[in-house]
Design a binder for this molecule. Structure first.
Ligand code: AMP
Ligand code: ZN
Length: 465
């Protein structure tokens, strides 16, 4: 079955044709390890994990590279401000190396909790300094660089198709529009390849280079490490949508200037997680971590389920009632899976076909979830076949449906079914039947509360005898 993916570079949904089938090389921009990842960041990694699982589902052999940015990401994308890691090190009174190590491990634990498959290759920026210097030398020889008082910069005016990834939006998003414009830059879009260590402060992370002691720019790291492990061009490069106008645009400029061939064939970007009115961001202060969810008794996989309810190219708004809904839905799936007999069976071909079509249509996970629920409720399918089919689907969902974790089940499946029957009766304006079901639910120890968002159900603490 053909797989279609939306390519930011061509702004079209395209048939996926890897450069060297059945192998697929995929590079995903990893975290800057100066703090815990927030659940917005994690939405992007969940999207990338779904993409990878869909590739594997389609029979491809995926080499997945993820970098760890442990140096060079400044507090502003316009190459100004402090290094995020050195700044946090000062705050926490630890070394920059310790900070990077600590938050890298925390990040890996988060991925595990979310059932995100480990990359084939992890690579750290600080392990590749000589490689960065090599690429900058190539760019220098080809005449793309110039020197300012604070570093070696890339001259974007030398690249005729600079900004092609962002297209027309680029003008509006130019870092030059920002207040921190550096007057020594020849063009507002120019960016640092190598920054010199400041004269007055001693940096913890710095290296010698042909241009002076300093540290690499952020974009150079991904250009170098992706090509080093995947070649150029490679198949897929991904990240969040915020990477389109600056980070990925600059990666393309450097890599294509240096090697005179395309950097990657497909570029995929995940939309933001929103909280309140704005995207979730550390700088906005409106962020939550997985631990914040756990503290309120939400399982990490409930967050994964929640992410699957929206298409990756649509913004998704986080609310507590939405995560509550996701946790309940997941509990119901777990409960159903526990009830199905563990008899060997083949999956249902028709359901599998529809599921496969949904995921191959640019990863339509909301549709795939709808098909899953339709299957759960389909009386014509034998329970062991349901089980086998759901396990097949879970190769992509990654919700541990085969082996559900222990979760506190507050409302058993039979009560949910009664609630659905009551909803149906209400829709048909059969008030008598609806009331009868409400009474039956009450007899079994549960209370329905009708709210503007729909009915809610909870365990009655005092039973009416
Ligand atoms: P960073 O550690 O800042 O480099 O970000 C790691 C990843 O998270 C990047 O791919 C970003 O695009 C992504 N990201 C940042 N904020 C959000 C958000 N609110 N929703 C989804 N992804 C995000
Ligand atoms: Zn990157």
């Amino acid at each position: 079955m053909d797989l279609y993916l939306y390519n930011t570079l061509t702004k079209k949904k395209e048939k996926f044709e890897p450069i060297n089938p059945p192998y697929v090389g995929m590079y995903t921009c990893g975290p800057t390890v100066y703090n815990y990842a927030h659940i917005g960041n994690l939405r992007t990694y969940i999207f990338e994990d779904i993409l990878k699982r869909v590739l594997i589902y389609n029979g491809y052999i995926v080499t997945h590279v993820m970098n760890i940015t442990d140096v060079g990401h400044l507090t502003s994308d316009a190459d100004e401000g402090e290094d995020k890691i050195e700044k946090e090190a000062k705050k926490e009174r630890r070394s920059a190396w310790e900070i990077a190590e600590f938050y890298t491990e925390a990040f890996k634990r988060d991925l595990k909790k979310l059932n995100i498959l480990e990359p084939t290759i992890w690579c750290k920026a600080t392990d590749h300094i000589p490689d960065f210097i090599e690429l900058i030398k190539i760019l220098e020889q080809k005449g793309y660089t110039y020197r300012t008082s604070d570093g070696i910069y890339f001259d974007t005016s030398k690249v005729p198709d600079y900004g092609k990834l962002a297209g027309q939006d680029l003008e509006e998003l130019l870092p030059g529009a920002r207040v921190e414009f550096n007057p020594e830059k020849r063009n507002p879009t120019d960016f640092a390849l190598w920054k010199f260590s400041p004269k007055d402060v001693k940096r913890q992370m710095e290296w010698d280079s042909p241009w002076g002691v300093g540290f690499p720019g952020w974009h150079i790291e991904c250009s170098v490490m992706s090509t080093k492990y995947l070649g150029q061009p490679f198949d897929i490069h991904c990240g969040g949508v915020d990477h389109i106008p600056i980070h990925h645009t600059n990666e393309i400029a450097q890599s294509e200037a240096a090697y005179e061939k395309p950097m990657a064939k497909y570029w995929l970007h995940g939309e933001f997680l929103i909280m309140g009115e704005k995207k979730m961001a550390k700088s906005e202060g409106n962020f939550l971590t997985l631990s914040d969810l756990e503290e309120k008794s939400y399982h990490s996989l409930a967050y994964r389920y929640f992410c699957l309810t929206a298409h990756y190219r649509s913004p998704l708004r986080f609310t507590w009632s939405a995560i509550e809904g996701a946790q309940r839905a997941l509990n119901r799936l777990y409960e159903n899976m526990k009830r199905y007999p563990k008899i060997k069976a083949d999956f249902d071909k028709e359901y599998e076909e529809r599921f496969h079509q949904a995921i191959n249509d640019d990863l339509d996970m909301p549709k795939a979830l709808a098909i899953l629920w339709e299957l759960v409720k389909d009386d014509k399918i034998a329970p062991e076949v349901k089980r086998a089919t759901i396990i097949q689907f879970d190769k992509v969902f990654g919700l541990s449906l085969d082996n559900p974790p222990e979760v506190k089940i507050e409302v058993p499946e039979e009560i949910w079914q009664l609630l659905e029957e009551r909803e149906k009766a209400r829709k048909e304006k059969n008030w008598e039947k609806a009331d009868k079901i409400r009474e039956e639910i009450k007899q079994r120890g549960y209370i329905i509360e009708d709210t503007p968002q729909g009915p809610r159900i909870k365990k009655a603490t005092i039973l009416n005898k």
